[in-house]
Design a binder for this molecule. Sequence first.
Ligand code: NAP
Length: 483
Amino acid sequence: MLVGQKERGIFINGEWRESYSGTYRTITNPATLEKLTEISYGGKEDALEAVEEAKAAFPLWSKKTARERSTFLYKAYEKMLEHKERLAQILTSEQGKPLSESRTEIESAASYLLWYAEEANRVYGEIIPSSKANRRSHVIPHAIGVIAAITPWNFPASMVTRKLGPSLAAGCTVVLKPASQTPLTAMEIVKIFEEVGLPKGVLNLVTGDARAVGEALTQSPDVRLITFTGSTEVGRELMKNSAQHIKKLSLELGGHAPIIIMDDAKLDVAVDLTLASKFRNCGQTCICANRVYVHKKIADSFVEKLVTKVKNMKIGNGNEESTVIGPMIDRNAVEKAAEHVEDAVKNGAAIASGGNEWDGDLAGYFYEPTVLVNVNDQMKVMNEETFGPVLPIDTFDSVEDVIEKANQLPYGLAAYVMTESTNHVFKLTEALEYGIIGVNDVFPATAEAPFGGIKESGFGKEGGKEGIHEFVEMKYVSIGITE
Ligand code: NAP
């Protein structure tokens, strides 16, 4: 493990180096507050150099055959799985989630490399039957150019490969800026690409100050697309700043997912899936349940069963196999969860479980898994993304009523429905204004399906055949045939 040393967090044109400013940032373990390492921290100059090198590498990389590009992705996929345990440990140490979740994340991250190694070979153009005898109309796919990928701390591996897989497969070259709190996993992924011999300049990494690096990436006319995963607030800022050069954007933003539990749902399954959705990664998942709507007829038994299980969840250091609830990412995250609980209680909610910072034997950022009942639509927790282990439970008595409640926020990332009725499946999935809907399934993200939100949760897709098309432009070529 990388304990104690200084690390070069900047990789440009095949070289690991320090930042121009010489600045370093300390990376800590959020469970123990131990210092893991110090990472050189870049700024505008580093980002602009990375763009320049990515631009220089683009002609050769984009002209390689799809088969050649996919070979690098296959090799990186295999290496990632080969190093799964080590990568999972690094991920847990900097991000905090339980090791079992980190292992699953590394597998999932690798699966995006495999999927796009395959999809690289399936980006087709078109020949359109022409309306004129002496004209031929061709549509030719073309890699968009240099792209910038900006990723969050909550899934430090899979959010990176979900962008690297399709962009590299399409023939783009990349400047990656990972979250400042979790750069170590991203650095390991870049090292894997280095090991498999990816040509210099194709993938560049700039760990650094968000505002300075972000400004350089949005202001540069050479960056043709920004693919961003993070908060709606920062997504909005990137959109504004990208207007000058009419840059293409793909935005995977925040959410506020409802789970709707119909009276015909299998109760035990609904309880287990709700727990899995809410509390994985300590509630710090963009698609995790932020509010539950349970049918009045089954509400009491649902709450009773759920609370019994929540009280038995083991809180602790993610590196212990028995831990179910790890730390939150930082002090601000704990304070936000506490603020949502306080606001709910002040406005009439009752705490059915938890409701406090964890008083355990670790120095890190812990908050108890918390269940709130008697909630209403005015509370913060029902309107703002909590991004923590707090589960508010509301009730409803008609399908129409719950559809209205579920759709009333500006977010549209993921929603869930627990039901055994086909009628409910169709009524709800057709009416819910969300980009991803899980029916009796709370883990919908997978490499082969298009993942992405609508409304203020963003636009663009990651995963599926759609994911690679974000990085491809269709060039229309009209050919006149002369006599
Ligand atoms: P964030 O604060 O928006 O940061 C995300 C990334 O953007 C980080 O790399 C951050 O860098 C960078 N950033 C911050 N300000 C920037 C700026 N002005 N210009 C350019 N880059 C900037 O979000 P977060 O707290 O890391 O992640 C949590 C959010 O991500 C939640 O809202 C969650 O719902 C969302 N999310 C969405 C999805 C999805 O697929 N829709 C998936 C995961 C997470 P620093 O780390 O250096 O600040």
